[in-house]
Design a protein around this ligand. Sequence first.
Ligand code: ATP
Ligand code: MN
Length: 509
Amino acid sequence: MQTYIKDLSQHVEQTVVLNGWVSNKRTSGKVAFLVLRDGSGFAQCVVDLATAGEENLERAKRLTLESAIKIHGKVLRDEKQEGGFEIQVTDLHIYSIAEEYPLGKKEHGVDFLMNNRHLWLRTKRQWAIMKVRNSALFAIHRFFQSRGFMQMDSPILTGNACEGTTTLFDTIFYKDDLPAYLSQSGQLYAEATAMAMGKVYTFGPTFRAERSLTPRHLSEFWMIEPEMAFYDLEMNMNLIEEFVRTVVTDVYTECKDELVNILERKTALFDNIHQPFPRIEYDRAVRIIRGEEEVDGKNAIKELEADLEGVRQVIADKQQSLADYEQKLQTPNLKKGEVNYFQSKIDGLKNDLKKLEDDARNIPQWLESARNFPPGEDFGAPDEKALTRLFDLPVFVYKWPSPIKAFYMKRYEDDDNYVKGVDLLAPEGFGEIVGGSQREDDIEKLIERIKEHELPMEAFEWYLDLRRYGSVPHAGFGLGFERLVMWLTGVSHIRETIPFPRYFGRLFP
Ligand code: ATP
Ligand code: MN
């Protein structure tokens, strides 16, 4: 019977059968070391002449990267090994010998990796990200299911745009004269199902024809959209906070090893997540971003300036080390090991410097953007950075100016200029992960908004019915699933958070 690597701890000192692929191989004379991966984990397998015999050792030596094999072997505890175990192989069967693997051990550019996404997914880092993604998905369902929410799918093909048409994907549906769009949000439908089921959530694909290439926008992504009858803005924020905290905590519990050891995620997030999330009104957030108001004695602009100074210092230090190693590399009669060591140091430093120099170029632009932020506008990435930089926690920004928010958001009773909308911004530069609001439940006001936004009234008749027949205060939010995975894993580009990303210019594989 096949055992999975993740379960090895239950089989110490026993003989197990593992199926998998060779993700690394080293041989020396009478022994071969294989790193086997089976989808559930990675494990070192030792094929030595004395235990495995000559035929098995010969087979092991023939193995190429990504060849598929079955092994029988004894599980030994070995703290030095990855995962804490080593397999002493007694028998080795080959399913197939792989051709020369395109994703060998050397460094590859992003384009090459993206063109080989179907293979790239096998590497340890991508595997770890996908494991976190899966864990988050299950935690999300668990959270809502255990709190009496019903999962309700909303349609993917729709006849009208939910909030304007700038990023709509259109398609032709059945007849030429009937345009259909790919859903940008399931929210309006979630409102309908909430009026039927009380508390619901959708978890489905969402499409936005974003033409800009940013590290946090995909054309196709997954969104979780809870909608609750009899909820106001504050209850909504409370739910968002409990939801995010629970999912982050659950994922950390389940994937600590992947997060900390493989992805090298900074753990501040997981340590801080238990504290209450700050809640800031939009107007105050603007003053903070512009450096006109401080938070606990910290000024957003000054912090960014200090960051820039810090980055410049680190660049200077690294350039010095780089020069030192380049000098050392010129020493006559170096051993091969020394050359390799110096060269790898140099490559590493050059890599670091590239990132740091990007920062040194970017931070002045962020500073410029934050200092001159025009009140009344939506936040851009730099503004979100300037703000969240002051907190080591996700930050709520609520009470947004009406003109920049969607037609369905409820306005404050005492001030028409603001809506009961809320965004949750993740720290460490990740930015917006949740957008939500209390919805307009007064039919007259809603009709007025639809007219103001020049939306086709006929298309919204069914939506208005929700206000005609038993209208209630209600609220909900949308969480971008890949944004969440990005933040959890700490990866700097959203394309690594979904198995086969779709964004402007990327449709294959
Ligand atoms: P942003 O301001 O970051 O472009 P948005 O305001 O357009 O996002 P919403 O319409 O509020 O986003 O959508 C809800 C959530 O969906 C966002 O908080 C974000 O997590 C996610 N999201 C939005 N657009 C994208 C995208 N193109 N790719 C991935 N996730 C997205
Ligand atoms: Mn938004």
